[in-house]
Design a protein around this ligand. Structure first.
Ligand code: ZN
Ligand code: ZN
Length: 159
């Protein structure tokens, strides 16, 4: 147990090679302090992070930032889901095809009875029932009214 655990995680401070810091939170804290000191002494050239345009990092920190940028994780995550989502989309389409066709068949059965080979006569009967159920068509109503008028007129005349 002579070698401290996590020795391989000791990294150089991007601002000063003599700063050997344990990578992780300790380095982050160090960087904040060291950055401030460095910025007091030098004019830092700022570079834009390729993963997030809003990340402007001091040039010495660029490599360190690229390794630790939180958006790099997102970019890495994106690379796989893009492939996954394509496969998933293909799978979803394949799944959609089956119920979609079934639904279309059902719609054809209801909306386009001529295409349904099943008992069209039955459909006509049902359709007539529906029509009666909906009440009289305008021309039927007019005819009925005329009939009534005629009947009432006849009644009036006979009275
Ligand atoms: Zn430092
Ligand atoms: Zn970044």
């Amino acid at each position: 147990m002579s070698k401290p655990k996590g020795y391989e995680y000791i990294v150089e401070c991007p601002y000063n090679k003599s700063h050997q810091i344990e990578n992780g939170r300790r380095l982050q804290t160090h960087l904040i302090k060291c950055r401030k000191e460095y910025e007091k002494l030098f004019t830092c050239k700022k570079v834009q992070c390729p993963f997030n345009a809003s990340h402007m990092v001091n040039e010495p920190e660029k490599l360190h930032h690229l390794e630790t940028c939180p958006d790099r994780v997102i970019v890495d995550k994106f690379n796989n889901p893009i492939v996954d989502s394509v496969t998933a989309a293909l799978k979803t389409d394949a799944v959609k095809m089956i119920p979609g066709n079934q639904m279309n068949d059902e719609e054809d059965w209801d909306d386009e009875p001529p295409t349904a080979a099943y008992n069209p006569q039955k459909y006509c009967e049902e359709n007539n029932v529906l029509r009666l159920g909906r009440g009289m068509q305008p021309h039927e109503r007019k005819a009925f009214r005329n009939q009534e008028h005629f009947r009432l007129g006849n009644l009036r005349e006979t009275q």
